[in-house]
Ligand binder design. Structure first.
Ligand SMILES: *Cc1c(COP(=O)(O)O)cnc(C)c1O
Length: 390
C-alpha cells in the first residue's frame, strides 16, 4: 500500500500486495512453476541469502503467487508476516513443532485434528500437552508456571461457540514467558483480530472463510517476524506448501472476504433470532443473542458475531437427526465457511469419536445441530429450518 493512513480491511483484501505483474494483471497470476531462472550467480545468491525477495523454488514459498498472497494475508490482521500452508492442519503442525516443544496448553474445545495431534500424536514425540476446558481456567497459571511455552485456543469454539477472553489469557501467558496462539478460523479476520488483543500467533484454516467457496484447502500462520521466521524451515522440509494454483485461488477469494462474512453475520443473526423463539428448539448457541453467555465478551473483542451457530433440538439425538435429514437448502457436511449453507450433527460427525460422557462433559448435547450459514437469502434458510422442524 502506498497510502499514509492504513486502508480499511476490504481495501487491503483487494490491494494488499505490491507485486506488479509485467502485463499489468489486476489480480495475482498463477505462476505454475517449480523453479525460477537467473542471469547471474550473484542474483541467485541475493535471493538465497535473503537480500532480495525473489522467486527461487516453489516449495520454499519463493514463488510470486505465494508471496503476493502472504503479503495480503499479513495485512488482513496487521501482522508483520504471514506463511501460507497446504492446509490448516499443516499450519498448526509447523507451529507446534517450532514453538510448542516445551509444552502446549489447549483451552476449551478445538478442531478434531488439533485434538488428535495434541492428545495423541505430539505426546508420542515427547511434547507435553495439557487439555483444559473453559471451566478449568484456574489451572492455567500453574501449568504455565510448570513451563509450558504455548497456550492455544479457538474462540468462538466448535460447536458450542464458547468465547475466551483473548487479552486476559495473553496477559497470563506472557507473565510466564509463554506465547498465545489463536485459531481464528471461525471468526475470520473480519470478525476478530487476535493480534491486536495481545495474541502472538494466529492460525487459520483458509479452507473455511478465507477460501469461502468450499473449493480449496489451505492454512495460514500470522505473527511477528521473530516468531514466524523459525517456522519457515519446518514448512519447507515438511513440504507443506500449497500449489501456486491454490494460492491464486485463495487470493481471488480474499477479494470478497469482507462482503461475504458481513452477509453471513447478518443471516446468522436473523436465523438465531428466528430459532430462539421456535417451539421445537431447546436452545440457540450464538454470540449475537443478548442472553448468550459469551455475548458481552463478543461485543468487546469481536467486530461481528460470525456465520456459525448451533441449535439444540427438543427431543434429543433422534429428533436432531430427523431435522438434519429433512433440511433441503442446508446440505449435510462437516465443513464451514462456504457460500452454501451446511448442517452437521456433532455427535454423528465432528465429535463422533468422543465417548458420550466426554461429549456431555464438554457441554455438547446429542440434539445439537451446527449450522454454517452461507450466502443464500436468509428468508429461504429460515423457511428451510422451519419446514424441517415442523
Ligand atoms: C477445518 C479446521 C481446521 C483444519 O483445517 P484444514 O484446512 O482442514 O486442515 C482447524 N481449525 C478449525 C477451527 C477448523 O475449522
Amino acid at each position: 500500500m502506498t497510502q499514509d493512513t492504513p486502508a480499511g480491511l476490504a481495501t487491503r483484501s483487494i490491494h494488499g500486495h505490491s507485486l506488479k505483474d509485467v502485463h499489468g494483471s489486476p489480480h495475482t497470476p498463477i505462476y505454475e512453476t517449480t523453479t525460477f531462472t537467473f542471469d547471474t550467480t550473484a542474483e541467485v545468491l541475493d535471493v538465497v541469502e535473503g537480500r532480495t525477495v525473489g522467486s527461487l523454488y516453489t516449495r520454499y514459498g519463493l514463488n510470486p503467487s505465494i508471496f503476493a498472497l502472504e503479503e495480503t494475508l499479513a495485512g488482513l490482521e496487521n501482522a508483520e508476516m504471514a506463511w501460507v500452508f497446504c492446509s490448516g492442519m499443516a499450519a498448526e503442525t509447523a507451529l507446534f513443532l517450532t514453538h510448542g516443544r516445551e509444552g502446549i496448553i489447549c483451552i476449551g474445545d478445538a478442531y478434531g485434528g488439533t485434538m488428535e495431534l495434541l492428545a495423541d500424536q505430539l505426546p508420542r514425540l515427547g511434547i507435553p500437552t495439557h487439555l483444559i476446558l473453559g471451566n478449568e481456567l484456574d489451572q492455567l497459571d500453574a501449568l504455565l508456571a510448570a513451563g509450558a511455552g504455548m497456550v492455544f485456543l479457538e474462540t468462538p469454539t466448535n460447536p458450542t461457540l464458547e468465547l475466551f477472553d483473548i487479552a486476559d489469557i495473553a496477559r497470563r501467558a506472557h507473565a510466564h514467558g509463554a506465547i498465545l496462539a489463536i485459531d481464528n478460523t471461525f471468526a475470520s479476520p473480519v470478525n476478530q483480530q487476535p493480534l491486536s488483543l495481545g495474541a502472538d500467533v494466529v492460525v487459520h484454516s483458509a479452507t473455511k472463510y478465507l477460501g469461502g467457496h468450499s473449493d480449496l484447502t489451505a492454512g495460514v500462520l500470522l505473527g511477528s517476524k521473530a516468531l514466524l521466521a523459525p517456522v519457515w524451515s519446518w514448512r519447507k522440509n515438511l513440504g507443506s506448501m500449497p500449489s501456486p494454483a491454490t494460492a491464486s485461488l485463495l487470493a481471488r477469494s480474499l477479494r470478497t472476504l469482507v462482503i461475504r462474512v458481513r452477509q453471513q453475520n447478518a443471516s446468522a443473526q436473523a436465523i438465531a433470532e428466528a430459532m430462539a423463539g421456535h417451539p421445537n428448539v431447546e436452545r440457540v448457541f450464538y454470540p449475537g443473542l443478548p442472553d448468550f453467555p459469551g455475548h458481552a465478551l463478543a461485543r468487546e473483542q469481536m467486530h461481528g458475531f460470525g456465520g456459525m451457530l448451533s441449535i439444540e433440538i427438543k427431543g434429543g439425538r433422534e429428533a436432531a437427526t430427523r431435522t438434519a435429514d429433512r433440511l433441503q437448502l442446508f446440505a449435510l457436511a462437516p465443513s464451514l465457511g462456504g457460500a452454501e449453507s451446511l448442517v452437521t450433527q456433532p455427535c454423528t460427525t465432528t465429535h463422533h469419536g468422543l465417548a458420550p460422557e466426554e461429549r456431555s462433559r464438554r457441554g455438547i448435547p446429542d440434539g445439537l445441530l451446527r449450522l454454517s450459514v452461507g450466502l443464500e437469502d436468509s428468508a429461504d434458510l429460515i423457511a428451510d429450518l422451519e419446514q424441517a422442524l415442523a
